[in-house]
Every structure is written in structure tokens, then in C-alpha cells.
Design a protein around this ligand. Structure first.
Ligand SMILES: *Cc1c(COP(=O)(O)O)cnc(C)c1O
Length: 223
């Protein structure tokens, strides 16, 4: 019977397809946390994607939480690194906790330098990833894949492969053989494609051409 101390929300949320919690939804959660004396953690691995989709600065989302984390190694494009932010007292404890869990790195400056570069150069371009993901979703839906473009709020495209009579692993192998990397999700028949700073407009157009054929979807009509 653990005593609940923390509520954690993930924004954007991975298994729902990179979708966002709105400020209104977060405010309602904050209110419930206050009422029950709980802290709010924001798992902001993709916080910049959420902020871009919501049209607000990341701080507008982050300031509502007690603790915020942010991955430098996803949409922001660094080889490694993540940030944690919170009150000075909490961060003093976090620094000790980081070391306790083996998170000490004497040469972290080189990681921080990449992070600073990403925060200066890779934030505004996240909107391009989102536009490319929308284009990919629309292209695939038009070509007969079970994709709902209205669910693509950020840089994810979910494909339901069950209408194709394929398992997720079969579909991934076919796409890979055709030169397109697609991954699994927690949903057994749903695949995830995503856009990031190494994916160009041309890559998206090629994936729109290649994947429906590779999965045998060409000419199917979406229900
Ligand atoms: C990737 C990820 C993490 C872990 O991020 P690191 O940068 O490896 O620390 C945490 N939460 C979510 C939702 C993620 O996607």
C-alpha cells in the first residue's frame, strides 16, 4: 500500500502517439495535486515538442510542475544528455541522488556544450519535424495505410498494421528491407514512425512512396 506522493505526467505522451497535455488539462491536475498535497513531476523528455504544438514557450508548461526533466538526445538532436530542473533545494537533493545512482560524469562539459548548442539552434526547427510528420501521416493515409492524421500533433505517426494481416514485427522487417526504419509501440499492432532533425522533406516523400508498397497497402481504401 504505497502512499502516493507524486503525480507524473509525460508531455508529449509517447504511447498515445506523441500527443500533448494542454495547459488547461495540466492546470486541472495541478489543482488536484494541491488538494491532496502531492508534488507534480513533468516528464518532459519531449517538452519542446509539446511547447511547439501548444504554441507556448516550454517554461509556460514547466513552471506548473515541481520538477521537470528534458531530453537533449531526442528532438533536440544531441548524442546524449538530459536536464532536470526544480527549486534550488530539490536540485541540491537531485544532484546527490544523481551521484548515488551512478550519474557522475567528470567530463560532462562536452555533453553540456552539445546541449547548449541544441538549445540555441534546434528549438525553432522542431516545428519542421511536426510539419513533416503531418505530411507523412497524410501521405500514408491517402495511400491506404491505417493512419489517422488528426492524431499527429507532433513528430509521431502511428500506423495500425492489423488491417494488413501483418504482425508488427513482420511490418517492421518489410519496411526495414525497403530502407525505412519504423519501431514498435506498447500497442501490439501499432507501429511508430517519427521525424527528427536527420529526416528531410525528401526522406518523407520517399517513405510515403516506399512504405505502403512494402506493407502491401497500396490501393486499399481506408475505412
Ligand atoms: C527517453 C525518455 C526518458 C529518458 O530520457 P533520458 O534522456 O534517457 O534520460 C524519460 N521519459 C520519457 C517519456 C522518454 O521518452
Amino acid at each position: 500500500m504505497p502512499r502516493t506522493r507524486v503525480v507524473s505526467i509525460e508531455n508529449t505522451h509517447n504511447s498515445s502517439g506523441g500527443r500533448t497535455w494542454s495547459l488547461e488539462q495540466i492546470d486541472a491536475i495541478v489543482e488536484a495535486c494541491r488538494e491532496h498535497d502531492l508534488r507534480l513531476h513533468l516528464d518532459g523528455a519531449r517538452l519542446v515538442n509539446a511547447a511547439t504544438a501548444l504554441g507556448v514557450p516550454p517554461a509556460e508548461i514547466g513552471r506548473r510542475a515541481d520538477v521537470v526533466t528534458l531530453c537533449l538526445s531526442k528532438g533536440l538532436g544531441c548524442p546524449l544528455g538530459a536536464l532536470v530542473a526544480g527549486s534550488a533545494e530539490l536540485m541540491r537533493q537531485a544532484r546527490r541522488g544523481k551521484h548515488l545512482f551512478g550519474g557522475a560524469m567528470r567530463q560532462a562539459g562536452i555533453v553540456a556544450a552539445a546541449g547548449v548548442y541544441a538549445l540555441e539552434h534546434h528549438v525553432e526547427r522542431i516545428a519542421d519535424d511536426h510539419a513533416r510528420a503531418r505530411r507523412l501521416a497524410e501521405g500514408w493515409a491517402t495511400a491506404g495505410l491505417a493512419v489517422d492524421p488528426s492524431q499527429t500533433e507532433t513528430n509521431f505517426v502511428h500506423i495500425d498494421v492489423s488491417p494488413l494481416g501483418l504482425t508488427a514485427n513482420e511490418a517492421i522487417a518489410r519496411a526495414e528491407a525497403a530502407g525505412v526504419g519504423i519501431s514498435n509501440t506498447v500497442h501490439p499492432a501499432v507501429l511508430r514512425a517519427l521525424t527528427h532533425l536527420d529526416i528531410s522533406d525528401d526522406d518523407v516523400e520517399r517513405a510515403i512512396e516506399i512504405v505502403p508498397d512494402a506493407l502491401g497497402a497500396r490501393g486499399r481504401v481506408n475505412a
